[in-house]
Design a protein around this ligand. Structure first.
Ligand code: MP5
Length: 221
């Protein structure tokens, strides 16, 4: 396999999917202020559930992580609590209830994927999933940041995920992932690449779910 940064290689390999994700109509309409409020609110309800459940994914990684990763992983869990507060604050600002929705099929599947990865895959594979989810959010919200009005009620989400601090954090964990990949053998690196791809596809599916207001296949509600 070619040498060089694992992250850069994977982003290059998966560029078509990554670009489809960044051009997704949900992001473009949120950027341009043309998104239907109910679509955005739906996303808020789904992502609130996702963030809450993903604390189990992060917590499950800690006992499997090398000692020098512990502080960062604990900080992420602390960050999830702050994120939930951000959702609660925005929900209060637009006067909606966050718990008015069941997790959609895609959201439920993504969380099951995170949990099975945390418990059954190797730490390098699980760390790959963690990195890709964070990188996808940084890049996606950076698209929105490029045009959204700063007085939009959704702007605090942009400030959070497309902000300087989040960007630095994503770069740091990308470097850690490169270090893990350098120490991995060819077979493990290939397995990590598969997890990179699957997570990218789940991230794209999440925007698609938000744009369509998907619930469960075949169920009318
Ligand atoms: C993240 C998220 C970012 N909130 N939702 C999805 C579907 N993917 C990624 O993770 P975090 O922990 O909220 O920064």
């Amino acid at each position: 396999m070619a040498q060089g940064s694992f992250v850069a290689q994977q982003l290059e390999r998966l560029r078509p999917i990554w670009e489809t994700m960044l051009g997704h109509r949900f992001l473009i309409e949120t950027r341009d202020g043309t998104i239907q409020p109910e679509r955005f609110i739906d996303w808020m309800r789904q992502d609130y559930w996702f963030v809450e459940r993903s604390s189990e994914f992060m917590a499950a990684l800690i006992p499997r992580a090398p000692r020098h990763h512990w502080r960062e992983l604990c900080n992420v869990i602390d960050g999830l609590d702050k994120e939930l507060k951000l959702f609660e604050d925005r929900a209060a600002a637009v006067n909606i209830r966050l718990r008015d929705a069941q997790p959609s099929f895609t959201n439920h599947a993504y969380i099951q994927f995170l949990l099975s990865t945390a418990y059954r895959a190797s730490y390098p594979e699980a760390y790959t999933v963690y990195y890709v989810a964070e990188k996808a959010y940084f890049d996606s919200w950076s698209v929105v940041k490029a045009g959204i009005a700063t007085d939009s009620p959704w702007y605090p989400f942009v400030e959070h995920w497309a902000g300087e601090g989040f960007g630095q954090y994503v770069r740091r964990i990308g470097q850690q992932l490169d270090t893990i990949a350098e120490e991995a053998g060819t077979e493990l690196r290939e397995a990590m690449a598969e997890y990179f791809e699957l997570t990218t596809k789940y991230e794209l599916a999440f925007w698609e779910m938000a744009a369509t207001g998907e619930t469960w296949p075949g169920v009318d509600d």
